[in-house]
Write a protein that binds this ligand. Structure first.
Ligand code: UDP
Length: 239
């Protein structure tokens, strides 16, 4: 018997930076292809995959606000940046043989369809990969919060936060060689130790909903698959 995935439906949060690869900004084609291959592997195992994509590789509202722009306007620019990333991601997914559907939290109907929860659920049941664009649709929020929100809405069993480091460490592993990785940690302990897993709004939502988060490395080959197979990969933040 081939081992079955431990998870049925996941919400994967990819930051905009994850698409940059070693570039200074924008979208690196080779990186996006590699990432999509990891997603394709778990999708083919029968795991329903929804993705929330960030926009930091193109535009960050806080940075725009810092140079004198109205914060809400800058945040709308940031949300539009996530739509660009979502289109690139979905295109790469289609080329890898997946069927991707982009759904936007802000109306932009000539480009992508609007987010409609039952429709998203239907796509997932059909084995399509749903890419959620434009974050929550509201300024002053982040795509981490969108990941927590959509994760709760679609009944994901786990929010997967992809980072460059393969989990949560006791200290910054780049600065402190004695730092060790937590295999699991509770929401309460992560909070009292100020571990900064996600921003406070996103973290609070997951904690309230008892929606576990797993921090893992998307650059580590096969890590996503090991997570869905229930192996000890990255760090599980649990209720
Ligand atoms: N953003 C927003 N509301 C949201 C999600 C995102 O206003 O619900 C804006 C915000 O300006 C943010 C930018 O979009 O800086 C890009 O999102 P984020 O910084 O979360 O992207 P990531 O860090 O994951 O690449």
């Amino acid at each position: 018997d081939t081992p079955r995935p431990a998870l049925k439906r996941i919400l994967l949060k990819l930051s905009g930076e994850a698409l940059m690869g070693d570039d200074a900004f924008g979208i690196n084609q080779a990186t996006i292809v590699r990432m999509v291959q990891e997603v394709a592997e778990v999708s083919r195992l029968g795991v329903q995959v929804a993705v929330v994509i960030g926009g930091g590789n193109i535009f960050r509202g806080v940075a725009g606000g810092a140079v004198g722009m109205d914060r809400a306007t800058a945040d709308y620019m940031g949300m539009l940046a996530t739509v660009m990333n979502a289109l690139a991601l979905a295109d790469a997914m289609d080329k890898q043989g997946l069927t991707a559907r982009v759904m936007s939290a802000i109306a932009i109907e000539q480009v992508v369809e609007p987010y409609v929860r039952p429709k998203a659920l239907q796509y997932l049941e059909e084995g399509k990969v749903v890419v959620f664009a434009a974050g929550t649709g509201n300024p002053f929020f982040t795509t981490d919060t969108a990941a927590a929100l959509r994760g709760a809405e679609i009944g994901a069993e786990l929010v997967l936060k992809a980072t460059k480091v393969d989990g949560v460490y006791t200290a910054d592993p780049h600065k402190d060689p004695t730092a060790t990785r937590y295999s699991r940690i509770s929401f309460d302990d992560a909070m009292s130790q100020n571990l900064g897993i996600m921003d406070a709004t996103a973290f609070a939502l997951c904690r309230d909903q008892k929606l576990p988060i797993r921090v893992f490395s998307i650059v580590k080959h096969g890590a996503l698959k090991r997570v869905v197979m229930g192996e000890d990969e990255g760090t599980l933040v649990h209720a």
